[in-house]
Design a binder for this molecule. Sequence first.
Ligand code: ATP
Ligand code: MG
Length: 226
Amino acid sequence: MCIRDRRGPLGAIKGYASLMLEGDYGQVPKEFIEPLDIIFRSTDTLTKTVSDFLDVSRIEQGEMKFYLKNFDVATLVDEVVNEQRLNFKKNNLELRLKSEKGEYIVHEDKAKLKQVLINLVDNSNKYTKAGWIEIGLKKTNENKLLFSVKDSGVGISKETLPLLFKKFSRAQDAQGSNILGTGLGLYVAKKLIEAKGGRIWAESEGKGKGSQFYVELNLAEQTTKV
Ligand SMILES: Nc1ncnc2c1ncn2[C@@H]1O[C@H](COP(=O)(O)OP(=O)(O)OP(=O)(O)O)[C@@H](O)[C@H]1O
Ligand SMILES: [Mg+2]
């Protein structure tokens, strides 16, 4: 890894920890491997927290910038699934892919949509102790797509459901658990999706009964080639 590619102080900490772990500065003494690995992984978490706080400030100041272009959501979903596959494996969760074949061209900010999808997939992984996670993509009509993440996890109570997308909102059991999180992911996700005319929502039959998260987006108008 090239440290120059990693921007900012957190990137430098993570980059150098990674280089040391990979042995670029000589063989690492056995007792240093675990602390270095903790530095590496904690920096990752901290980077995400800092980035969520920056997003919240930008949203609230009306300064969030969107870089829109046409792209295929099916390809993006594949990318997210492949990046997260290892995390499902670590938790022994069965990954079910239920996307309907085809292209799903939208005119959106790709990086921001990826951030939203990662948070939903990461949440399902964090809040499912055993069982499965199902990721789906389909067209609901001519001009809308529906992305879904369903899981067999801890579920969400009727009382908590309307609060999930609020800032710092975490279910009681999430707060008490050792699952890391600031409760900003869904707040940011809702703002990002709604800013461009999409919808995001959650459903659950209750605690212990799994959860379903949905994102509905407008498909880009396609010019038909004659
Ligand atoms: N798939 C899920 N199953 C059960 N509860 C969930 C699920 N996804 C989210 N939640 C609940 O919604 C809360 C808010 O989610 P959100 O993504 O905003 O925060 P977080 O994951 O706790 O932290 P982070 O800011 O790191 O994303 C979670 O703390 C959890 O209580
Ligand atoms: Mg989250």
